[in-house]
Design a binder for this molecule. Structure first.
Ligand code: DSN
Length: 434
């Protein structure tokens, strides 16, 4: 067994490839000695990692349980069925497909299942928080379907009604004028609860279908901290690795009406053999998310985001939409320092051992590569056991780093404090010293 601080039980098997083993150990070190504030990341359980690294990776299983195009799938069928059953039970859904390797593939399949090429889709603007697959010109989605975009309302400057929340008047107006075949709710950078009900009402009024992309809040929904779109939307897509804390991957839930269309859209529509090792790991994560302690986790993720938001606001950083209801804190850096871009802030924080990503803010004057904002997330650090007290410290460290960004010694001092904080909250404590 390796002596790395967070060695996996498989390290001996990897000893034959010291280059890759060394890189994995370096990454384990990075993950455990710096703060992970990327909103789309988390620390999976060791059980999830064990299933991901299992012999199930060896098996070809094109098709679905009971309807495979290869022999030898008796056990694999049980794995995939268990994953489907656990997922349906977790969300109370009529149908589940656990094969998508990512949220993007899940969305592509959902579009294929629900609408025809050339149809109009109403989805959230990328620069207001939407995802690439919600019709970005750079995404294949915009080449197959015609996208029309809604956004958030303008910032008001009023702390009691700050704005920058989904503009449902705009959603309704665009739905009436553009008559989309599909309305998409969901985002990648939006710190507020997304209520599926008004979207459903607008979709029904114009005869559109309704897809809810729950990539980010899936774990908050499973844990009861956010309203569930299951049974409201026709199809719900999500990733399994963000707030849901599973392996990297995607999944699709639907009503029985769309079950066949969803399954055909994934296979043979988009892919051949699914990654059954990842599906087993998803099954492990779905069982973990069904435990009562996962509800406490989801509630703590939100409480931590609120504490982090309060702390960064105290440093003079403006919060997009004035706060947060989920695991994300969207920061507008312009008032803090007009010269500080999101790109530079991300790099400075990296140097200080605080990992996050730059992000556009609504109507950002800078390009998506540079940006004027930062997106912070609390899902991963909550998994390590950090609470509101630690979030207050993290917010202060962020402010200090950004203010002293040209002072290498000051950043090194922050990095040392970060390492000390992380040492008290190891992501994999049981393997420490293994
Ligand atoms: N890029 C992911 C995120 O960070 O939100 C979404 O695909």
């Amino acid at each position: 067994m390796s002596s790395a601080p967070h060695a996996s039980p498989f390290d001996d098997w990897l000893a034959q490839d010291p280059e890759i083993l060394g890189l994995i150990e370096r990454e384990a070190e990075r993950q455990s000695t710096t703060l992970q504030l990327i909103a789309s990341e988390n620390f999976t359980s060791q059980a999830v990692m064990a299933a991901t690294g299992s012999v199930l990776t060896n098996k070809y299983a094109e098709g679905y349980p009971g309807r495979r195009y290869y022999g030898g799938n008796e056990v694999i069928d049980q794995v995939e069925d268990l994953a489907r059953q656990r997922l349906m039970a977790l969300f109370g859904a009529e149908h589940a497909n656990v094969q998508p390797p990512s949220g993007s593939n899940a969305n592509l399949a959902a579009y294929q299942a629900l609408i025809k090429p050339g149809d109009t889709v109403l989805a959230m603007r990328l620069d207001h928080g939407g995802h690439l697959t919600h019709g970005s010109p750079a995404s294949i989605t915009s080449k197959i379907w015609r996208f029309v975009s809604y956004g958030v309302s303008p910032a008001t400057g009023d702390p009691d009604a700050p704005g920058e929340t989904i503009d449902f008047d705009q959603v309704a107006d665009l739905a009436r004028s553009e008559r989309p075949a599909l309305i998409v709710a969901g985002s990648t950078a939006y710190a507020r609860t997304i209520d599926p009900v008004p979207f459903r009402q607008i979709a029904d009024e114009v005869g559109a279908r309704f897809l809810f992309d729950a990539a980010h809040p899936a774990g908050l929904i499973a844990g009861g901290a956010h309203p569930s779109p299951v049974g409201v939307a026709d199809v719900v897509t999500f990733t399994t690795h963000k707030t849901l804390r599973g392996p990297r991957g995607g999944a699709i839930l639907s009503s029985a009406e769309f079950a066949k269309a969803v399954d055909s859209a994934i296979f043979p529509g988009l892919q051949g053999g699914p990654m059954e090792n990842a599906i087993a790991a998803k099954a492990v994560a779905f069982a973990e998310a069904a435990r009562p302690e996962f509800s406490s986790y989801a509630a703590q993720v939100v409480a931590n985001a609120k504490a982090l938001a309060t702390a960064v606001a105290a440093e003079g950083i403006r919060l997009v939409s004035g706060g947060t209801d989920n695991h994300q804190v969207l920061c507008d850096l312009q008032a803090f320092d007009a010269d500080l871009t999101g790109k530079e802030a991300q790099e400075v924080l990296d140097a200080a051992g605080i990992t996050c990503n730059r992000n556009t803010i609504p109507d950002d004057p800078r390009s998506p590569f540079v940006t004027s904002g930062l997106r912070l997330g609390t899902a991963a650090m909550t998994t390590t056991g950090m609470g509101e007290t630690q979030m207050a410290v993290v917010g202060a460290l962020i402010g200090r780093s950004l203010r002293q960004r040209n002072d290498e010694a000051a950043l090194a001092a922050v990095r040392a404090e970060v390492a000390e904080l992380c040492a008290a909250f190891p992501p994999y404590p049981s393997s420490a010293g293994a």
